[in-house]
Every structure is written in structure tokens, then in C-alpha cells.
Design a protein. Sequence first.
Length: 146
Amino acid sequence: MSQLRLVQPVDDTALTHWQHVHNTIVPPHLLSLDEVRERAGRNHLEVAYLGDELVGCSTVRPPADETRTATVIARVLPAHRGRGFGTELYARGLDRARELGARVIETCVLSSNEDGLRFAEQHGFAEIDRYLLPGDTIDWVDLRLR
């Protein structure tokens, strides 16, 4: 039985918690609350709590075009890593992506996030692209599930 309480953020409190995790782990791309609301309208978002303590969040970008490629991202705050929470968030995201018809699963990680890259590789992902977005100084790494 899971220790995590998972919530799909629909109110500003939960959306702010999702935003906090995202902005902590992806500081080059800080999102406003309005941007988080917009993402919640097109993606499947979840926020993870251990009791009432914020642990992490996840994003599933639904499958796109004829490739049926979905993106699954699990984020866990540093203080909660190494306890299986990322694996649980990832597994839920993977299930959700497949429910939505995904045939290909990808993820993206900042190259500076060594924990995230190691996690992705340990879960069967391999790098397919590395790039800088305009104005960035840290590479993004796209990975695909083998």
C-alpha cells in the first residue's frame, strides 16, 4: 500500500504546490501560477504528499500525432529522494500515458539534474536528443523508453 497521497491539482493550493516542486527542480524555467493552470488544462498533473508534507509532482503530456508519443515526468523534492516515491509517480504516469493510447514514452530532464538522469536511465530510458532552449545555459535532455 502506498504511503503517498496523490492529488490532481484543481484548486490554487494544489496548483501552487505543483508549481513549487516544478520551480525547485527546474529553476531555469520558473512557471507562474497562470502557466501552471494552463498546463493543467492540457496535461495530466498530480501532486504527491506524504501525510500533509509535499513530496513531488508529475506530468503526463498526452500522446501526440501519429507517433502516439506521450511524455511522462516525475519530480521528487531532494529531501524525499531515494525512498521509491519517484518510482511510484513514474509508474502512475506511465499507466496514465498508456490509458491515453501512448505507444512511445519519452521524458525530459535538465542535464544538471544528475539524480533525474540517473533515475531515467535506471528505468529504461536512453538519450535521444540534447539541446538548449533560447536564453538557456543548461542543456535539456530528451530520453525515450527502450
